[in-house]
Design a protein around this ligand. Structure first.
Ligand SMILES: [Zn+2]
Length: 189
C-alpha cells in the first residue's frame, strides 16, 4: 500500500493526498502501480489515511525491498514529504519523490529528495524494530547507489541503542513521536 500511483496515459505520478476526494477525482482505470504497473484500488475509509493498494489476489510484482507500511508510516511519509522544506532551508528547492525506487539496490525509499544539482537524499522512516546491522546495511546500499540517507525512528525502532549507534556513526538521527505529532496535526486540521 502506498501514496503514489502512475497515470497510465501520461505516465505522471499521482499523489493521493493531492486529492480531497480521490474516488471522485481520479478515474479508476487510469491508475497503475508506479513500481510494477499492476492494477490498484483506492482504500479510503472515513478516518483512515487514503492510500492506493494492490488487489489482495494480485500483490505487487516488484520484488524490491520495502517496509510493511502501517497507517502511521503513511502519515509520517506524507508529513516529511510536505513539511521538511518549511523546516529546513536547504530543502526549499528539493523535490520530494515518494516511494522512490532505487534500482541499483532493489529498494524503495520512503522519500527521496532530489536537489536541483542532482544530489539525492533518502529519508527513511522506521517504526518496526530494526537492528543496527540492518540500519547499516540499508544505509550502505543507498550510499553505494550514490544516495545519502537520513533516518527517522519511531515506535519500536526508536531504541536507545539505535539512536546512539546512528549518532556515533552518522552524526544524526531524528525521532518521531506518533502520539505527539498526530495530536498537533489533528489540532491544526
Ligand atoms: Zn506494484
Amino acid at each position: 500500500m502506498g501514496l503514489v500511483a502512475k497515470n497510465k496515459h501520461t505516465n505522471e505520478l499521482v499523489y493521493i493526498f493531492d486529492y480531497k476526494n480521490p474516488r471522485s477525482e481520479l478515474k479508476k482505470d487510469d491508475l497503475l502501480c508506479h513500481l510494477c504497473g499492476g492494477e490498484l484500488i483506492i482504500k479510503a475509509g472515513l478516518v483512515r489515511i487514503k492510500h492506493f493498494s494492490h488487489k489482495p489476489n494480485s500483490p505487487c510484482s516488484c520484488d524490491y525491498e520495502r517496509h510493511p507500511e502501517s497507517e502511521e508510516h503513511l502519515f509520517f511519509k506524507r508529513l516529511i514529504a510536505t513539511q521538511l522544506s518549511s523546516e529546513f532551508e536547504e530543502y526549499l528547492n528539493a523535490k520530494p519523490l515518494l516511494e522512490y525506487p532505487v534500482h541499483e539496490v532493489h529498494r524503495v525509499a520512503d522519500i527521496v529528495f532530489a536537489f536541483p544539482s542532482g544530489w539525492l537524499v533518502a529519508h527513511e522512516i522506521q517504526l518496526s524494530s530494526i537492528t543496527t546491522e540492518q540500519l547499516e546495511r540499508r544505509t550502505n546500499d543507498y550510499r553505494n547507489a550514490g544516495v545519502d540517507v537520513i533516518w527517522w525512528l519511531g515506535k519500536s525502532a526508536d531504541t536507545e541503542t539505535n539512536r546512539q549507534w546512528l549518532y556515533k556513526n552518522y552524526g544524526e538521527c531524528y525521532t518521531l513521536d506518533w502520539d505527539e505529532v498526530h495530536k498537533i496535526c489533528t489540532e491544526n486540521d
